[in-house]
Each structure stands twice: as C-alpha cells, then as structure tokens.
Design a protein. Structure first.
Length: 281
C-alpha cells in the first residue's frame, strides 16, 4: 500500500513511547514490513535465537501468524511468541482500511521464570543456539505484570489512531482501496454488489477480492457489512432516529435481519447498544 510518512516524526513518537514503557515498539506497513522502530535493533535475546537459520524462520513465521490474526480480527492482538516473549499488535486504520500495524513487547510475563527457561532451552537444544549467551540474555529480560502489557497495548491503540488522525502516517489519495472505501461509504443505501464495484473501478472480480483480503483483512461482502454496521453505530450514538430508519440508511432494509446481524457482530441488540453508548441529558 502507498504510505506517506516522515520518518523523524515516527521516530520521535516511538522514542517517547519507549521512554514510558521500556518496551521495544515498531511500526509496520500493511504488508508486515517494518518501517520504523525503537530501539532500532532487536533485543539481544531475539538476535541470539535468530542467528540460527531454522529458528529465524520460526520467528518470522510466528510474527507472520500474529499479524494475520490481528488483520483478521481487526483489533488488538496480544500473544506469546514461540520463544516465551509476550508481544502485542494493533492495526492502524484509515477509515475502515488497515494501512499498517504497531507492535510492542519482547518482554516476559511469566510467573515461573525457571520453568519457562527449562522449556525454552529444551526446545533450542536441537538448533545452533548459544544457550550460555541465551541464558544471560534471558536473565536480563524484564518480567512485567500482564496488567502492564494490557495497559501498554491500550495506549498503543491510542497511538495508532493518532498516527492517522495527525497525518503522521498518510494513505496516498490515489490508493484504490481508499477509493473503494469512499465509494462504499457514499452508496450504503444501494445494492453494493461485486459487479457494481468492479464496473465502477474497471477491475475484475479477482482483483477486487485480492484488494479486500490484503487491505481489509476479509472478504468484500463482510467488509461492506462492517462499514454498514459502523455507520449504524454512529447513528445510534449521535441521533434519535428510529432503529428501523437507521437500518434503511445503512442499506439493510429488513429490520429483523439488521438486528440479527448487528447482535452477531457486537454481542448486543441495536437498542441495547444505544442505551449503553448514549450520554444522559
């Protein structure tokens, strides 16, 4: 995806975040390629493990699977890597489009360091990993409470929103995924079929499906539904419009079906969502 950014602005944000959390933080594009980080280098612990070719591949696969999970759920993903470290990834959005990710972590959250080291060292014995050096690096690793990880990750979500809203990370205006998003948002009351969208942008179905999976992390039909539901949430919170009218405005003309889809995606009915997200007068 075509991103515009000032590397110095990104670096300054990452340095500030690191000074607060003492956790390595990095920004990636939507193809999972790192574009900025602080500190610049991976931790000593990670570098020792990645010196082995097989373990490097395992680390890369572990990261990739975590990115995919974050992309599919379109929300914060906290996980433990194969080498025992806790990390977190959050997507950066331009409207409904994922344009990048922020990752933090490379810390320990275990309550039993001895047991974890035994498990890790056993898994490394078959590989060309310097266990003596790795043990020293392991012992020097910070052990933080899970609550600290959770709080740091939620702060990271705020940073992700800030990156786009403050134009620190910008999606080029001629980006096709963004154009498709704008078209969908402006035509929610219409029948947004695949042929209609393909005809609008003069692209084939395969191209549209590829764009949806790569840029939105889901099929185009589900992405359209997500945009409709997001718009519905805004109407529910910001207006007093009847729910059946909101359903019409977002292009879901069957009230019962709208309620069913809304509850499936959010866990609550539109009525309960409005009650829980409307400030008292």
């Amino acid at each position: 995806m075509n991103l515009l950014f000032n590397i110095n602005d990104l670096k300054n944000l990452l340095v500030d975040y690191y000074n607060l959390t003492k956790m390595r933080i990095a920004i990636f594009d939507d193809g999972f390629h790192e574009i900025a980080s602080y500190p610049d280098r991976l931790s000593t612990y990670c570098r020792i493990i990645r010196n082995d070719v097989a373990m490097h591949k395992k680390c890369t696969l572990c990261d990739y699977n975590a990115f995919i999970q974050c992309k599919q759920q379109k929300s914060l993903h906290i996980y433990a890597c194969h080498a025992g470290l806790t990390e977190a990834i959050v997507p950066i959005f331009a409207d409904q489009t994922i344009i990048g990710y922020i990752m933090l972590g490379q810390v320990l959250t275990t309550k039993d360091r001895h047991a974890l080291w035994h498990e890790i060292s056993e898994s490394m014995k078959a590989h060309d990993v310097d266990l003596t050096a790795l043990k020293i690096a392991f012992d020097n690793k910070r052990n933080v409470h899970q609550n600290v990880i959770n709080s740091s990750a939620h702060m990271m979500k705020i940073c992700a929103s800030y990156l786009y809203s403050s134009h620190k990370l910008v999606l080029k205006k001629d980006s096709l995924p963004q154009k498709i998003d704008v078209f969908i948002g402006e035509n929610l009351r219409n029948d947004l079929s695949v042929p209609l969208i393909c005809n609008q942008f003069q692209i084939g179905k395969t191209k549209l499906y590829d764009i949806a999976n790569q840029s939105y992390g889901m099929g185009i039909a589900k992405h359209i539904t997500q945009i409709r539901l997001q718009r519905a949430k805004e109407y529910l919170m910001d207006t007093d419009l009847p729910i059946y009218e909101i359903a019409d405005l977002v292009g879901i003309y069957d009230y019962n079906y709208f309620t069913k889809v809304f509850k499936k995606e959010t866990g609550v009915t539109p009525k309960d969502f409005r009650k829980g997200n409307t400030l008292p007068v």
